[in-house]
Design a protein around this ligand. Sequence first.
Ligand SMILES: *Cc1c(COP(=O)(O)O)cnc(C)c1O
Length: 396
Amino acid sequence: MFSKKVQAISPSPTLAIDAKAKQMKADGIDVIGFGAGEPDFDTPVHIREAAIKAINDGFTRYTPVAGSADLLEAICQKFRRDNGLQYEVKNIVVSNGAKHSLANAFAALLNPGDEVIVPAPYWVSYPEIVKMNDGVPVIVETVKENNFKITPKELQQALTDKTKAILLNSPNNPTGQVYNRAELEAIADFAVEHDLYVVSDEIYEKLIYGGEKHVSIASLGEAIKERTIIVNGVSKAYAMTGWRIGFTASTATLAKMMSSLQSHMASNANSIAQKATIAALSGPQDCVAEMRAAFAARRDAMVEKIAAISGLSCIEPLGAFYVFVDVSGMLGRSCRGRTIKTSDDFAAVLLEEKQVTVVPGTGFGAPEFIRLSYALSMEKMLEGLERIDAFVRSLE
Ligand SMILES: *Cc1c(COP(=O)(O)O)cnc(C)c1O
């Protein structure tokens, strides 16, 4: 009998769909993929050059487990500059991507049976990472009327004497929604009052469109800062998904625990990627602005097009690079004798009929939605949306 715990984990559905689109492309099929969970841009040149220099300088050995001293300092500066947060190097742990940072965070926080409140729609990996660490994900459905943002009232309903932490993700994947300061203050007050931790995944902090500003919940006061583990990284902001660098900011006690754990699981994150990350965080930031501008233009075009497709709707996303589309109006319709009962069916039939991949909401805890990524060229995106429009029109 193999591990019951590991057998209870389901593989990441978003990675699977993206892999399918890539395979179809490789087979010469004209597929348009809205499944991408990563920027379509190349890593900016000055960041790549820093990595090449690191190799040529021989920066190719083990570093301290939590990260090299210069990188930890650059991360502290980033928190001061971007978030108004004072951390010291002893508060920071650098890992193999933000996903690894999340795994460290829950490993450090949870004892068997501890509950973590995970607002739905949620990023697919949160419940699985909690389960991997013997915790119990308590899924709380948020409502569209509140732009899928969790409220203290909903938190209160989910609270038990086993509740240990709240998972927060703003800007949010998959909904694209952003919590404002007042909303975060309410959650921070709740966490402090009930002695809970907050794991705050801020990986999309740089990708916000329009007037909203990113606020880190940890910046709302000493009490909440003490109870927050911030998770961030360079994957999304600097188009560095393959480099695998993420980091946490927490109390020194928690940082020490995560670092000890990591010392036996993975040692340090890649030394070359650490140097590239210094260039990303401390170098010129115009590359981020350029990518954000391209994403913003695509977001506008996608939202406009979705609104024009009869039967589909979405709430305007304010951040990340996804549009979360309500397909409840499609359920019960049929295509050449096949009835579409779920968003999984919608995605499967759409792929067959029009060679377009989208991610069904099931994996995000929102079965009547699909997630469309706009991390693809404007041209491909518009063509893909035309195909979706034609598909929807063809449904009976
Ligand atoms: C992409 C993503 C991550 C993981 O980032 P990596 O640094 O590539 O591990 C974490 N959280 C969310 C919500 C994401 O979308």
